[in-house]
Design a protein around this ligand. Sequence first.
Ligand code: PMP
Length: 354
Amino acid sequence: MRQWEKNIRTVVPYVPGEQPNHKDMVKLNTNENPYPPAPGVKKVLENMDADILRLYPDPTIKRLVQELAHYYKLEDDQVFVGVGSDDVLATAFLTFFNSDKPILFPDITYSFYPVWCDLYRIPNVRPALDDNFHISKEDYNKENGGIVIANPNAPTSVYEELSVIEDIIKNNQESIVIVDEAYVDFAGASAVELINRYDNLVVVQTFSKARSMAGMRIGYAMGNAALIKALNDVKYSINSYTLNQTAIYAGVEAVKDVAYYKEGIRKIITTRDWSEQRLMELGFSFPKSGANFIFASHKSIPAKSIFEYLRSNNIYVRYFNVPRIDNYLRITIGTEEEMKRLFTFLKVFIEADQ
Ligand code: PMP
């Protein structure tokens, strides 16, 4: 082995869901929003003058920070913006998780967390979710170097009441607790309301789900000013110009259009409730979803064969071949038409098996 080979940082990377681009496909595999972003976003793209791209974007991302702070009733210095919440979370792991003690997160959760631990050499312990995929909050009452909880969780879709999250934050005031709220708009109360009470809390959200902008890559963290400064110090030590000009302007328009945002959430929840009913009729069980996806298991047909059958019919859902969840499908909520097509195929496949 050559010396330089030993010096390479090796890591087993995160594997994102596939991004097929077939005509007439139904894409329900990566929790994207089936509706377009707010009309103001489209206007930004149409009116964008290419000349502006000569210049570097604003490194402080001020316009978008201000707009988000205004919407969430925070101060500007309580908001950090990054290139999708993956970027924000990666920066937060690097910034906050530097203890010799292990950080804690559930055994079944967003599969990027163990990858960042591996990349940054962060020791970690992963308490098991209970049989209903809920957190046992006592598991988080032991010594740790930090905690990260996705709420609602992925890929289970389970939302924990804010009181559970608050207890974990309250009992761990010597650690930073990151609450990853990528899907919270489809669930219930956000931990944002706890920020001014707990200085060890960082809440991370994204434009990829409820704001329909996965392709634009915008995420943000909210917390007290000292934590946000720490995130910015790390960001400026890697790359000052994270968000591009277009994303900054488009992001502002998305945050401003509150009515469109709320209506989009309502549509997804309506289709989700209807889809849960249909899935039940077809013999699926699932935890009550607090997200824009359902995590479902069939009473007799293995998830893998349903996944493969759907895929061969141009319908994409997500299947994880990992312990405890290898008989589940994660199905993103699409438009009503897309879901109807899914159910037409599911019904044929399931009835053929009876
Ligand atoms: N957190 C969770 C729990 C997620 O499921 C996702 C989406 N894959 C993300 C964060 C990252 O989303 P994004 O980088 O698009 O903001």
